[in-house]
Ligand binder design. Structure first.
Ligand code: AHR
Length: 689
């Protein structure tokens, strides 16, 4: 679809003259300009004012109602240490086979891992506490510092639980929330007697009127060294858990502040469980959904490809509950027989059980209680089936060097279509032996300009093939979360997706979440920089890119309007060498637009949403002409996100440095001129009725 027609201003004569005077070759000068994310301003004589002609009587296509969603996986401590409410780190003691990492002994205690006292076959290692040296004045115990802290908030009730069994010990255990140095006890409760057999114990801990803090720990301790008969007590622990209040009070639920940030984006779908997380480093470390359902103490957990342990407390039903809470549809990624370390299962009978796993998974999501897996879901606490439209087969299978995806995809596609003909099946790369309903394309770009250079890619794409799912995309500047330059690159790109939303029917940014507590070094909390939302144990914040996405997704019509343009300023763009041919000679720089826009209309209300992105450091006046519409009201509204520099960023310390501002505006009509501030993203609401 070519509903937008550009007349680009060519490079000026002045610029050509400058090149000759400086004796610079064009690539040299352009390289200087493009290498800096902060200096891609236009060095031209005062340009003719850009004109946007909105053709309100020319609907170029329908905006996909599912255009904006979320993509998620266990990376950057997204769930454990992030969205998932659990506050205890390494609650099942399986994060390290040698040591009880993230656990500390309290007092003169001896603690160690023990594989001889498993709770069950899933949680097959426990933590042994030797209480021999306990005394009335010197308790012994175990302590956990959480994921870089445990959040303490005033007047809050926490639920602590653990499995334990004692030998030579039947005494009381004290469960407490304390400061890391132990000087302040925020709340404590007692478990009166520990039995000989495994048993689950639970207490609630309610804080008083305390200041919020995060440098805290959970402590389970005793002053008893053993029983009357045995002075050598031992207590074994399994699945030690601490939950604060969760979003919608869901048991085993999610952190409310992060959920609220996500809810505010009004996402339409959730792509899960990855990304690389669905694949795993090895076949054994894939997201094996059947091991992520049911009682959390029956889930063995697995290592995520991002280098840390996942208890799988955040399993398939938790993903679905998340969808339900935010009114999103699942976009379900099924494991497709390829794992990251080049392990694959060849198409044919060897792959059959994996295909069956995918069919079972779909049944778990969508089947009613008369089906085997629908009944399992009902037993797990959710009798009602979930809606499902899209199933994705694998992730980034172009990295499979065995080139087996064509055959693997065909086997999954045929089986899914045979049982669920209405499901839309997504391929992760182009295939020739089947026609997928959608293809998942990923766009990570390393500068604002690079992203801007791709903003018109889909204008030229033929409409004859499968629809497009942009399943991962991001302008990767800024760390840990994207800065304003990234938001500008992102929104340039998003104007392209909106303009071509008849083709790009679903899209989601990645990665979504990052725990910012430890950005570098061993045991770091971030594995991938530029993540939309950041948090530590206590608070969270949205990046400029987050606010930009929120603006776009909450101001979206259902009709794509044709917008013609004139005098759009340009900037030189030097494409980087292809990844597989780094030594190649650079092609000459190309002019690419430096102003981005699109218009959609809500057919119900008549409201036109004009989005304009000025990524440059100078104000940009734009003449806006609207034809084919009834009268445009003089009064409207703008939502503007802007910064004084493209490197500006939000942070835990300054979460609201760059946030959108909504203002009433006047002087709108069928023909008006408006100035768009430097480094700004604007949604202009034009009322036509
Ligand atoms: O988003 C981070 C990773 O990038 C995803 O896991 C993977 O699909 C892509 O390569």
């Amino acid at each position: 679809m070519h509903q937008t027609h550009f007349i680009l201003k060519p490079l000026s004569a002045q610029l050509a003259f400058l090149l000759i005077v400086m004796g610079a070759t064009a690539p040299t000068l352009f390289a200087q300009m493009t290498n800096s994310e902060t200096t891609n301003s236009i060095s031209e004589a005062p340009p003719a004012i850009p004109v946007l002609q909105i053709k309100a009587d020319q609907v170029a296509g329908q905006v996909s109602p599912m255009l904006y969603g979320l993509m998620t996986e266990e990376i950057n401590y997204s769930y454990e240490g992030g969205l998932y409410g659990e506050l205890v780190r390494n609650r099942t003691f399986k994060a390290n086979a040698q040591n009880p990492v993230f656990w500390n002994a309290v007092g003169d205690a001896a603690i160690s891992l023990d594989t001889n006292q498993p709770l069950n076959s899933a949680l097959n290692v426990s933590l042994k506490l030797d209480t021999r040296k306990a005394s009335k004045t010197s308790p012994v115990g175990i302590a956990n510092d959480g994921y870089w802290g445990i959040p303490i908030r005033p007047g809050t009730t926490y639920r602590a639980s653990f499995y334990a069994r004692g030998k030579g010990f039947a005494g009381t255990l004290t469960v407490a929330l304390t400061s890391t140095n132990g000087e302040t006890v925020f709340a404590s409760a007692q478990v009166p007697k520990i039995c000989k057999k495994w048993h689950q114990y639970e207490v609630t801990l309610t804080t008083g009127n305390v200041a919020p803090s995060k440098d805290n720990r959970l402590v389970i301790s005793t002053t008893r060294r053993g029983t009357f008969w045995s002075r050598h007590g031992r207590v074994w622990f399994s699945q030690v858990s601490l939950f604060p209040p969760t979003y919608h009070n869901r048991p085993n639920g999610n952190r409310p502040d992060i959920m609220q940030l996500l809810a505010d984006m009004q996402p339409k779908f959730l792509r899960f469980p990855g990304g690389n997380y669905v694949e795993g480093n090895t076949i054994n470390e894939r997201f094996n959904w059947k091991q992520t359902i049911g009682d959390i103490s029956q889930r063995p957990g697995h290592r995520s490809p991002w280098g840390y342990w996942s208890t799988d407390g955040f399993g398939l039903l938790e993903f679905l509950g998340w969808c339900e809470d935010l009114n999103m549809q699942p976009v379900l990624a099924v494991y497709a027989g390829y794992s990251l370390r080049q392990q694959h299962i060849s198409p044919g009978t060897n792959l059959d059980s994996y295909v069956q796993d995918a069919l079972d998974e779909i049944e778990y999501v969508t089947g009613d209680a008369t089906t085997k897996w629908g009944a399992q879901r009902a037993r797990d606490g959710h009798p009602a089936p979930f809606p499902l439209t899209y199933v994705e087969v694998g992730n980034e299978d172009e990295f499979d060097r065995s080139h087996s995806y064509g055959g693997r995809f065909a086997q999954f596609f045929d089986a899914i279509k045979a049982k669920y003909p209405r499901l839309q099946v997504i391929a992760t790369m182009r295939v020739t032996n089947r026609i997928p309903d959608l293809i998942d394309e990923h766009y990570y770009r390393n500068s604002q300009l690079q992203m801007e250079a791709h903003a018109h890619d889909y204008d030229k794409r033929p409409r004859t093939g499968p629809k497009i799912f942009v399943g991962e995309w991001a302008t990767r500047v800024g760390s840990p979360a994207p800065n304003m330059a990234a938001a500008l690159g992102d929104t340039a790109w998003m104007t392209g997706m909106e303009r071509n939303s008849d083709l790009v029917v679903i899209s989601c940014y990645a990665p979504l979440l990052v725990n910012i507590s430890k950005l570098t070094g061993p045991d770091r909390s971030m594995q991938w920089r530029t993540d939309l939302i950041g948090y530590d144990a206590l608070t969270s914040y949205g990046s400029p890119a987050y606010y930009a996405q929120k603006m776009f997704s909450t101001h979206l019509g259902d009709e794509i309007l044709t917008v013609n343009s004139e005098n759009i300023p340009t900037q030189p763009w030097q494409a980087p060498p292809a990844r597989n041919n780094p030594g190649q000679t650079n092609s000459p720089p190309q002019p690419v637009p430096a102003l981005f826009f699109d218009a959609t209309r809500d057919s119900r209300t008549g409201m036109i949403y004009l989005k304009v992105v000025n990524g440059q450091g100078t104000p940009q006046p734009v003449k806006i002409e609207i034809s084919g519409a009834p009268a445009i009201e003089a009064e409207g509204e703008t939502v503007v996100l802007k910064a004084s520099s493209p490197v500006e960023i939000n942070s835990i310390q300054e979460p609201d440095k760059i946030v959108p501002a909504t203002e009433k505006v006047d002087g709108l009509g069928k023909d008006f001129t408006r100035e768009f501030p430097p480094y700004s993203i604007t949604v202009l609401e034009l009322k036509t009725k």
